[in-house]
Design a protein around this ligand. Structure first.
Ligand SMILES: Nc1ncnc2c1ncn2[C@@H]1O[C@H](COP(=O)(O)OP(=O)(O)OP(=O)(O)O)[C@@H](O)[C@H]1O
Ligand SMILES: [Mg+2]
Length: 242
């Protein structure tokens, strides 16, 4: 497994206002696979992703990247793990406006003081189709192009797993399809591992497997998803919830 959580519980707040965002979730994200996380708003998808990725800590249970138990790491080592072993793509592209496309892509490597693998970066630039935009700044790009830069940046250091939280949430459907196609190719052609939170059944259909959360619990998994199958599954949630 590239990443996994076991008996994951996450409680926010204290006293009367506590929210049990994760209520005993155990799930693994296999290496070399594309996994989507779905579920209603507030079901704990982002919380699960953040805790699995070492962006947030669990109240109880364990989170692992590879064989590393994140609970064993102090803040400094957790920061290093996030920098060196994990990649992120967020709904807001989070590019640095003053840097060029090329500089944004290699930013994590530059911060880490490692040059990275020039051939890999070069191949990534072609995969994301940004060869002719490398010297532009983010403000000169469309939303879809900006998100493609963010995808290239996430994969630049060849992390063990890339986590994406609604990466197509701010994109029109065509740009969204491009970004999803990229994530799929990264997994299938470049043997990467992707975990993606999404609300969109069409997006989820790009994954190898979908895991469904409801009320902080893992309620279902679906292999070889299609948009129609995912939509039917989501409708079943709506019928049951008040
Ligand atoms: N920092 C926080 N403090 C308090 N409660 C929080 C915090 N973050 C999340 N929550 C609560 O935890 C629950 C799960 O939130 P989470 O963001 O994981 O949901 P989600 O499934 O990602 O929802 P969405 O689809 O709307 O993004 C929600 O009830 C939310 O209000
Ligand atoms: Mg969320």
């Amino acid at each position: 497994m590239a990443a996994r959580v076991t008996d994951a519980v996450k409680v926010y707040g204290r006293g009367d206002t506590t929210v049990r965002a994760l209520d005993g979730v155990s799930v693994g994200f296999p290496a070399g696979r594309f996994t989507a996380i779905m579920g209603p708003s507030g079901s704990g998808k982002s919380t699960l992703m953040h805790c699995a990725a070492g962006l947030d800590t669990l109240t109880s249970g364990t989170a692992r990247i590879g064989d590393t138990d994140l609970g064993d790491l102090d803040d400094r080592r957790l920061t290093l793990l996030r920098r060196d072993r994990v990649g992120f793509v967020f709904q807001a592209f989070n590019l640095v406006p003053t840097l060029t496309v090329a500089e944004n892509i290699t930013l994590p490597l530059d911060l880490a003081g490692r040059g990275g693998d020039p051939e890999w970066i070069d191949a990534l630039v072609d995969v994301v189709g940004l060869r002719d935009r490398l010297r532009h700044r983010p403000a000169e790009l469309s939303g879809g192009q900006q998100q493609r830069v963010a995808v290239a940046r996430a994969f630049a250091g060849r992390p063990e797993v890339v986590f994406a939280d609604e990466p197509t949430g701010n994109l029109d459907s065509r740009s969204g399809q491009e970004v999803l196609g990229l994530l799929g190719r990264a997994v299938r052609d470049m043997r990467r591992t992707v975990v993606m939170v999404t609300h969109d059944p069409v997006a989820a259909a790009h994954a190898d497997e979908v895991v469904f959360l409801a009320d902080g619990r893992l309620v279902d998994r679906m292999a070889s998803p299609t948009a129609d199958k995912v939509l039917d599954r989501l409708k079943a949630f709506e019928v049951r919830s008040p």
